[in-house]
Write a protein that binds this ligand. Structure first.
Ligand code: SF4
Ligand code: SF4
Length: 265
């Protein structure tokens, strides 16, 4: 039988998130997602928040799950999160203090909805952690070199801050826990496949963060990239990030931010 929602995204650059959100609700995919999350063992760690230094990559179903959350919070809270997302999307490469948009006072404000990447962190030990860390830094250095070609200087603290694993996660009895991350990820991939053709998942919706997905859905990747380079340069020439964020909002045709306290954001 023809499925209008599914047909609508064939050949398109990007699925309509609101339509997909309605579809996910109708198919009760968030219940399935919740069941996967609920199977995780109860663990604790030192809550240092180092692994929350950026918004995590998320599956498409998790993107919709977070859009569902954004639809339920107050307008003020939504504005605040959107602002953080724009800030991360555009300025993260010059901001050594950047963090996941849901991290506040070293606490995860969406703990019950935190995505799979956060739940797996520390439960899938890296076979060669030093090598994985070195690869992550190398990728960051490559991006820093690319941005330098466009006149953007990436601070070393940004390049150095990646963290690929943690051995301080324990169950309630203090034992280290290991889960099969690939098998769990495959279950989420199946939920994505209920919404999108495989080709679209592979080409357009691979593991990206919420800010990246919001930017791509609103403007498209190329436009975001052009805007990012331009605004990073302006920020490094001294223009306040708070002013530049309003430029982004205008591009996205979002209403201007409510009046904030004076100063850099
Ligand atoms: S998992 Fe590790 S890095 Fe992340 S908050 Fe816990 S102790 Fe810190
Ligand atoms: S969603 Fe929560 S746990 Fe995950 S990176 Fe953000 S603040 Fe940390």
């Amino acid at each position: 039988m023809l499925d209008p929602d599914r047909n609508a995204i064939q050949g398109s650059a990007c699925a309509d998130p609101q339509r997909m959100l309605r579809r996910a609700r109708r198919l009760r995919l968030f219940d399935s997602l919740g069941r996967v999350y609920d199977e995780f063992p109860d663990t604790k760690c030192e809550n240092c928040a180092r692994c929350c230094f950026e918004s995590p990559g998320i599956f498409y179903i998790e993107y919709l799950h977070l859009l569902d959350l954004l639809a339920r919070v107050s307008v003020q809270r939504r504005e605040q999160l959107l602002r953080s997302a724009l800030r991360e999307l555009i300025f993260s490469w010059i901001d050594p203090g950047r963090a996941c948009i849901f991290l506040e006072s070293s606490r995860c404000t969406i703990y019950e909805r935190r995505p799979l990447a956060c739940r797996l962190f520390g439960l899938v030990p890296s076979r060669e952690p030093d090598r994985a860390e070195a690869q992550a830094r190398m990728a960051a250095r490559q991006e820093a070199r690319r941005l330098r070609l466009f006149g953007v200087e990436v601070p070393d603290a940004v390049v150095q801050r990646s963290l690929v694993s943690c051995d301080r996660v324990r169950d309630r009895r203090g034992r280290q826990v290991v889960v099969d991350g690939d098998a769990i990820a495959a279950r989420l991939a199946k939920l994505d496949a209920a919404l999108l053709p495989q080709q679209v998942i592979m080409e357009e919706f691979c593991f990206r963060s919420l800010p990246e997905r919001l930017g791509a859905a609103a403007l498209g990747d190329e436009a975001v990239e052009g805007m990012r380079i331009q605004l990073l340069r302006r920020a490094q020439q001294g223009e306040p990030v708070s002013d530049l964020l309003e430029v982004v909002r205008a591009q996205l045709r979002l209403p201007a931010a409510r009046r904030q306290k004076k100063g850099r954001c």
